[in-house]
Design a protein around this ligand. Sequence first.
Ligand code: 5AD
Ligand code: SF4
Length: 481
Amino acid sequence: MEKIIEEKNQGTALTLEKDRKNTRNLYIESYGCQMNFSDSEIVASILAQEGFNTTNSLEEADLVLVNTCSIREKAELTVRKRLEKFNAIKKTRPHIRVGVLGCMAERLKSKLLEEERIVDMVVGPDAYKDLPNLIREVDEGRNAVNVILSKDETYGDVAPVRLNSNGVTAFVSITRGCDNMCTFCVVPFTRGRERSRDPQSIVQEVKELWEKGYREVTLLGQNVDSYLWYGGGLKKDFDAASDMQKATAVNFANLLALVAEAQPRMRIRFSTSNPQDMTLDVIETMARFKNICKYIHLPVQSGSDRILKAMNRLHTREEYFELINNIRTIIPDCAISQDIITGFPTETEEDHQDTLSLMDYVKYDFGFMFAYSERPGTLAARKLEDNIPEEVKKRRLSEVIDLQLKHSLKRTKEHLGKIEEVLIEGTSKKSELQWMGRNSQNTVVVFPKEHYAFGEFVMVRIEDCTSATLLGKAVGYSENN
Ligand code: 5AD
Ligand code: SF4
């Protein structure tokens, strides 16, 4: 089951080619969302300038950085276990320095230094450019903290070092932060207010990726549809912008068109969309450009109007259906996926049934499903008792997952007999003789390698499927190749 992941968090070690000038080794592990993985590439780039090689061997490390996630308690527990492991290593190799980056750094701030005496450095998501100074502090024997959230830091001027990359697909950050304040979510507190990156720097990064051989980019943000460039600054301050700034502002639909036009053969994806912020313009732009993939990750969280309201999701079930209907009318072959939370405070069996019936209406292609995890400091934690017993949350979660599996299988079956464009991303996990890639809808496709090569666009006839994977045979190159 590849598509349905109950916990998305996974660590990875990242490698960077050795540079003769460099003298110290950086080992960096990333947890959580794609944004964290993308941020780690920015961190590696900033530290490469400071003389750090990136290594995937913990044994070789002089500096260990953990890019952390706070979205659910389980994610934080995983990181704490890793910190214990680093502590054990430090006992035998005392010169090693350990830093916590990302959302846990921002949420727990200097508490991490006090509680976890093993940590030397705590650096929030907007403070990575300060890492060289912070490392100097640590070298001089002091603990170092910078968790200041910024109004304008977007790292637009840092060229990320592509770590552990397959050389074909890459992430490009376009916005940082989130203003939505969903009541369950810690992100607005850990990542700050929404701000967008200069469209020209995005177009330039995508161009450079194409020239290096990349064939697909995913434009990343907590809430991409809310992208708005008016010369810099927070999204919330747009109303106070000048008439000129307003007249020349670039929204997400404009940005998609800009990137798609500038690189007509580059595949473009984006994540994440929020129902209340996704406009018809975006859907129409997707339909207009062949190179924008027909896939929308559109978290709904719940199918109950009462729970949506308590979550501050700012749309109703009916409005969500309207959006789905618009997507299906404008892009009939568009894949849609969800995030759903079970067991939000006060959720009744009836609310849960509403979630199941919403899923039945949409029949998502895939989904990411979670049991509610109370996060300290969020509005839900402050105002609502976490009153759904753990076993009820888990039972509802497995019902949601089972239904999603059924829908995923139905959706993958719809591809049978079709000939679809697939970008080859690597060798199949199951067989050396098969390629693995994805179609426009983001479904994994596996097919015999024959004479086709890594990074090529190939037309594949879909002959068989599971609920997560399509199996087929290449019938020739795509005209995009
Ligand atoms: N508990 C469980 N799931 C959560 N998510 C965000 N916050 C929580 C929480 N407190 C889920 C949402 C979101 C996804 C990234 O993580 O479904 O869309
Ligand atoms: Fe969290 Fe909601 Fe923002 Fe997503 S849209 S990051 S769930 S506050």
